[in-house]
Design a protein around this ligand. Structure first.
Ligand SMILES: NC(=O)c1ccc[n+]([C@@H]2O[C@H](COP(=O)([O-])OP(=O)(O)OC[C@H]3O[C@@H](n4cnc5c(N)ncnc54)[C@H](OP(=O)(O)O)[C@@H]3O)[C@@H](O)[C@H]2O)c1
Length: 287
């Protein structure tokens, strides 16, 4: 398990998925460096993810996490090296914006270039890259989870450019893995099923996973589907939670893993969740 001093570099932590990983990292007391094109957006997303936003509580969490915002874009190697310096883990939630210009492929290329430019001993141990099922060898998982027609439509029509961009990123990672030395940063592709958003939290992210059926999500490598329910959707909060857990476990490092909803876990209804201020509970636990 990671020591509490672990420092995480988060890329796209102001995006729809990344903001939940940012919240989870704050609650778990990790040290955090965050790449932000617009630093003023950080407080806006924190108000979104802390359901019962309390300025004093969030300020304390930010101080404890030594939250450092590194301003800049994904294509600047010097900015990325600054971001990664002193970090143990890099996680990226990069995604294509409505302008539909490729960002994930060029972004991954830039991240790997920055990592390669660092001294081996100074490199973060792992890089967790957010991707989607249906790509590369996970095509069969998408057919099982979404059905063949939906998979075909998503890949070839509805989200053609978005998936092409993500596929470029996976191909770059695959090529990089073939060349990299065993002691360099382990790159893990973490593929989510279709993302959704529900209100508030289903559980307190301070609870560390102890057994599979207590987790909100299911991790499944290609070929391990037998007896598992591959769900159509997963909540973005649970993807954030999975990424934080992947910081702490090593068995998936350097490989590809898919993230589905864990249907075995009973989740409270939204109106029930709202009655519990998980954020304050978490902050109290931390003191
Ligand atoms: N939708 C699905 O069902 C689904 C399923 C599986 C996987 N995925 C993939 O998972 C990823 C994350 O999804 P999401 O919905 O969380 O994405 P999102 O909300 O669209 O977030 C995209 C993030 O990328 C950042 N970004 C874009 N261009 C950038 C640049 N040039 N430099 C730095 N940052 C840049 C944005 O930064 P700002 O915050 O500054 O705008 C934002 O934080 C995407 O690649 C998506 O395709 C999606």
């Amino acid at each position: 398990m990671a020591a509490p001093t672990t420092r995480i570099a988060i890329i796209a932590g102001t995006g729809k998925s990344g903001k939940w990983a940012l919240k989870a990292a704050l609650l778990r007391g990790y040290k955090i460096k965050l790449l932000a094109r617009s630093p003023e957006k950080v407080d806006t997303v924190l108000k979104e993810v802390f359901a019962n936003y309390d300025e004093a509580v969030v300020t304390k969490l930010k101080e404890d996490s030594e939250l450092k915002i590194v301003k800049g874009g994904i294509n600047d190697t010097a900015v990325l090296v600054d971001l990664f310096t002193g970090c143990d883990v890099v996680m990226s939630f990069l995604g294509m914006l409505p302008d539909q210009k490729p960002v994930v492929g060029p972004g991954v290329e830039s991240i790997l270039k920055a990592l390669d430019s660092m001294e081996k001993g100074a490199q973060p141990k792992k890089f967790l890259h957010m991707s989607s099922i249906a790509l590369s060898e996970s095509h069969a998982q998408a057919k099982k989870a979404w059905g063949g027609c939906v998979t075909c439509c998503v890949l070839k029509v509805a989200l053609k450019k978005c998936f092409a961009d993500m596929q470029v990123a996976e191909d770059i990672i695959e090529t990089h893995r073939e060349k990299q030395s065993p002691d360099s940063t382990k790159v893990t592709i973490c593929r989510a099923t279709v993302l959704g958003d529900k209100k508030n939290y289903f559980r307190d992210l301070l609870e560390k996973p102890t057994e599979e059926d207590k987790m909100s999500y299911l991790l499944c490598k290609v070929g391990e589907e037998k007896g598992k329910k591959l769900t159509m959707n997963i909540d973005r909060q649970h993807v954030g939670e999975a990424f934080l857990d992947l910081c702490e476990i090593d068995i998936y490092d350097g490989g590809n893993v898919s993230i589905f909803d864990n249907v075995k876990v009973k989740k409270p209804k939204e109106e029930e969740v709202e009655k519990v201020n998980f954020d304050t509970v978490a902050a109290e636990k931390k003191q």
